[in-house]
Design a protein around this ligand. Structure first.
Ligand code: XMP
Length: 327
């Protein structure tokens, strides 16, 4: 039987042996629950959904149908990595939905942050529902719910993302194999399941993705500038030993231009803001002291390699008064 709640005396999963025992137990539970029926999973490529996918592929193979929706707001290389890891390496039943134009067309001209979030959330449910309706025989919905999600929704801190978003006639039974695990345990299980390190240990990434890092109305060129500058920042942090040490780091490109010079000519272009923060509970955060030389190097790369950027600024603001994200 799947457990609804984490037993008080449950041993923290910290070793490959404990992870393997958990995996073996969950495989049995899932096989009993699901039988020969099909299970649907929205696979974003984030840690929780990726670990659930890898576990269910072991348990029920092609009975699991993964749907990866590319909404155009993912980081550089993410959709490609989902396809490589799950379709090519793990031989999963993976449906890749290119919904980039759909999302960006809906978001065009929308400036209000909350409206942007709502559009992204609703459109996601719509695309996912459309894909689900095309499939026959789905009876279960898998989710990457983890134990802190349950605790936080019980404490009224945040609404837990669950099947509540789907239309009423799609009342799938839930499969939540990592429901009683803390995040660090999910990662130990992910290691044991053979997920790539960069997938299993990635920094937190908001559901609305790069959309909240492109403040104001999203345009394709500015979104590309966010994506490319983020890729450079991540590459440089990894090369310089900051990956895994700094909690979260990213770039933001607001809709604001200033005068600069490129190749001896006037360049009226955007500024790219770098944010790098540390926290334990995300309720408050402090700003990482990034070495000056590294910041100069990152600035040089971003201003020379990313079209449309002529300045790089560093955000020194802790939370509060700032939030982590800009929107
Ligand atoms: P804020 O900006 O609220 O961010 O200080 C706190 C943490 O939450 C992440 N974040 C989100 N995560 N959906 C998510 O799954 C969201 O809509 C969302 N908004 C912010 C943010 O990246 C940070 O780690």
């Amino acid at each position: 039987m799947a457990l609804d709640r984490r037993p008080e005396d449950m041993v923290r999963i910290t070793t490959p042996e404990l992870a393997q025992a958990f995996i073996d137990e969950q495989i049995e539970i899932v096989r009993k629950q699901v039988g020969d029926k099909k299970v649907l999973l929205a696979l974003s490529g984030g840690v929780d959904s990726s670990v659930v996918a890898a576990l269910l592929i072991k348990a029920i193979g092609k009975q699991l149908v993964c749907v990866h929706v590319n909404h155009g707001l993912l980081r550089k290389g993410e959709p490609e990595q989902v396809i490589e890891v799950f379709r090519n390496q793990m031989d999963a039943n993976l449906i890749y939905v290119d919904a980039v134009d759909r999302f960006l067309d809906k978001l065009a001209g929308v400036e209000d942050p909350e409206e942007k979030r709502m559009i992204i959330g609703n459109e996601f449910i719509e695309v996912f529902t459309e894909e689900a309706r095309k499939l026959d025989g789905i009876e279960f919905l898998a989710q990457g719910t983890i134990w802190p999600d349950i605790l936080e929704s019980e404490e009224g801190i945040k609404a837990h993302h669950n099947a509540g978003g789907l239309p009423e006639d799609m009342n799938f039974a839930l499969v939540e194999p990592v429901r009683i695990l803390f995040k660090d345990e999910v990662r130990v299980v992910g290691d044991q399941l053979g997920l790539p390190h960069e997938m299993n240990y990635r920094q937190p990434f908001p559901g609305p993705g790069l959309g909240v890092r492109c403040p104001g109305a999203i345009t394709r060129d500015r979104l590309e500038a966010v994506r490319e500058s983020d890729a450079i920042l991540r590459e440089e942090f990894a090369k310089n030993g900051l990956e895994g040490k700094v909690w979260q780091y990213f770039t933001v490109v607001p809709d604001f231009k200033s005068t600069g010079i490129k190749d001896g000519k006037r360049a009226f272009e955007w500024s790219c803001i770098v944010r790098a923060i540390n926290t334990t509970d995300v309720m408050t955060c402090t700003v990482e002291n990034v070495p000056y030389e590294l910041m100069c190097h990152i600035t040089d790369r971003i201003t020379h390699e990313v079209p449309g950027i002529n300045r790089v600024l560093y955000d020194f603001t802790p939370k509060p008064t700032g939030t982590v994200e800009f929107e």
